[in-house]
Design a protein around this ligand. Structure first.
Ligand code: IMP
Ligand code: MG
Length: 178
């Protein structure tokens, strides 16, 4: 049991299980992208720990970079608009893999995918550690999934609750009884 601010979290995916699954994901990348020098684009902040471990297990030629997604209120009618910041690399004709910590409604990834695709990469895929299939609100193809989970709030291994909990080495789930 971990207390973060006002909430209690209980163990959900242990560290060894995370690491084993991440090595499997890396093997899939080794196989699918051999000779393609893929560019992994990590979405900060949540993906920082995951992409570090994933990257260490990738053995083919590959590169890594990071973006942030800033949310701002565009107009009242269009609601929240998300914009990519921080991409310095030219991704034209590159094989791009977007690396995310978790796909929830899918709105962030749909927006990021659309904006990156407009730069004409050779291919573009989404890789996420966690995926909440029942929370998805937009059509989105998620190509590589670490774990599909129920629609519950989780923290740890890069994921936060109000900025806290990212340093936990495993995934914890909100204890709904607390
Ligand atoms: P989406 O646009 O709804 O798919 O949200 C994606 C972002 O919401 C993720 O990159 C996370 O930053 C955050 N998020 C969604 N679910 C959780 C959760 O259970 N714990 C922590 N952050 C989450
Ligand atoms: Mg995120």
């Amino acid at each position: 049991m971990k207390q973060i601010k006002d909430k209690h979290f209980i163990p959900f995916i242990e560290a060894d299980k995370l690491q084993a699954r991440i090595r499997n994901l890396a093997q899939e990348i080794n196989k699918d992208y051999a000779g393609k020098n893929p560019l992994l684009i990590g979405v900060l902040n949540g993906s920082f720990m995951f992409i570090g471990d994933l990257f260490k297990s990738i053995e083919i030629d590959c590169e890594v970079t990071f973006i942030r997604v800033s949310s701002y209120q565009h107009t009242e009618s269009t609601g929240e608009v998300k914009q990519i910041i921080g991409l310095k690399e030219d991704i034209k004709n590159r094989h791009v893999i977007i690396v995310e910590d978790i796909v929830d409604t899918g709105m962030t990834m749909q927006e990021v995918l659309g904006q990156l695709a407009s730069n004409k990469p050779a291919s573009i895929k989404i890789l996420t550690l966690l995926y909440k299939p029942e929370a998805l609100k937009v059509p989105l193809k998620v190509d590589y999934i670490g774990f599909s989970i129920e629609t519950k709030f989780v923290v740890g291994y890069g994921l936060d609750y109000d900025g806290m909990g990212r340093n936990l080495d495993a995934i914890y789930v909100l204890d709904e009884k607390s």
